[in-house]
Design a protein. Structure first.
Length: 315
């Protein structure tokens, strides 16, 4: 084979390996050139690309999947307490299956290409989550409700964050790292602000004293915290949730109240009708005209009385 052809084959192979996805799976497919598949255990995962399948096992309760060019995660590793997926090409994250138990306490997704926190719900066991040095530009208030309620530490340093809206933070959260971002607007509900104001809460954020939020729902004067002006509101970050809850409340109890009013009105009208109807058939002493008298002292019958006649004038 000529040198030119060898170079062409090598270039094609290189381009193919760059374009093809590297996938993290639970089991390895049967490849002729599988590597390390003889060490398959129940606590193993498989990294598959176009040409090879490599088995990676959990060691000392840790699973190291860093620096493997992984771009697709078909399943969340849950068999180790510490999972390292840093320095890969992960842009999306799968949702755990309903019957999937988890042992993960720490998940490292730093140095990937995540652009948002809109990925599905993470395993509820996670206490430490590292999302530093991705491409996240903003965090909406609804995102926080998808975070594990047991989360204690969240690292978002080195992203492209410009706005931050906090609501429904995990109540166990004790550390939030926002350093290395160009945050221009911070809006949070009162509960989130109170959580961050606790003495044992560690908030790491670069000072940005020149920016004051112009959100009309902010409480005045604006709160000043760690060198930043923070808009604290009870409605801004939860407006959609609050509006939805209020609408649901009105739809449920407003309809019930309307039905009660209709029933009460109908009952009142029925009562009034029956009373008038009974009065029409009830014997009343005023019903008899003065033109009628009793026929005898012991009789209940009445006869016509003689009508008085005008006396003719005498001449």
């Amino acid at each position: 084979m000529s040198c030119r052809r060898l170079a062409a084959v090598a270039l094609a192979s290189l381009l193919g390996s760059c374009v093809a996805d590297t996938i993290l799976m639970t089991k390895c497919p049967m490849y002729a050139n599988d590597t390390n598949t003889s060490k398959v255990t129940l606590a193993s995962y498989c990294v598959v690309n176009e040409t090879t399948a490599t088995m990676v096992s959990v060691t000392s309760d840790a699973l190291d999947l860093s620096h493997r060019n992984i771009s697709v995660v078909s399943t969340i590793p849950t068999l180790a307490t510490t999972v390292d997926l840093s320095f890969n090409l992960i842009a999306n994250f799968p949702s755990p299956s309903a019957d999937q138990s988890s042992r993960v306490l720490s998940l490292n997704l730093s140095h990937n290409v995540l652009t948002s926190l809109s990925f599905p719900q993470l395993p509820s066991t996670i206490q430490t989550l590292d999302l530093s040095y991705n491409r996240i530009t903003s965090i909406d208030g609804s995102v926080w409700s998808n975070l594990p309620r047991s989360l204690q530490s969240l690292t978002l340093s080195g992203n492209n964050l410009t706005t931050l809206r906090c609501s429904n933070l995990p109540t166990q959260l004790k550390r939030l790292d926002l350093s290395g971002n160009a945050i221009q607007s911070i809006v949070m509900d009162a509960a989130s602000y109170n959580l961050m104001s606790q003495p044992d809460f560690v908030l790491t954020i670069d000072p940005n004293e020149s920016i004051v939020s112009t959100d009309p729902t902010c409480l005045t004067p604006p709160s000043y915290f760690n060198g930043n002006y923070i808009c604290v509101t009870t409605s801004a970050t939860s407006s959609s949730t609050g509006s939805g809850n209020f609408a649901g409340f009105m739809a449920k109890y407003g309809a019930a109240g309307f039905i009660v009013l209709v029933v009460l009105y109908a009952a009142n009208q029925t009562f009034r009708y029956r009373r008038r109807h009974n009065d029409d058939f009830h014997e009343r002493s005023t019903y008899i005209s003065s033109n009628y008298i009793k026929s005898s002292a012991h009789s209940s019958g009445y006869v016509a009385a003689s009508s008085p006649r005008a006396t003719a004038p005498t001449s």
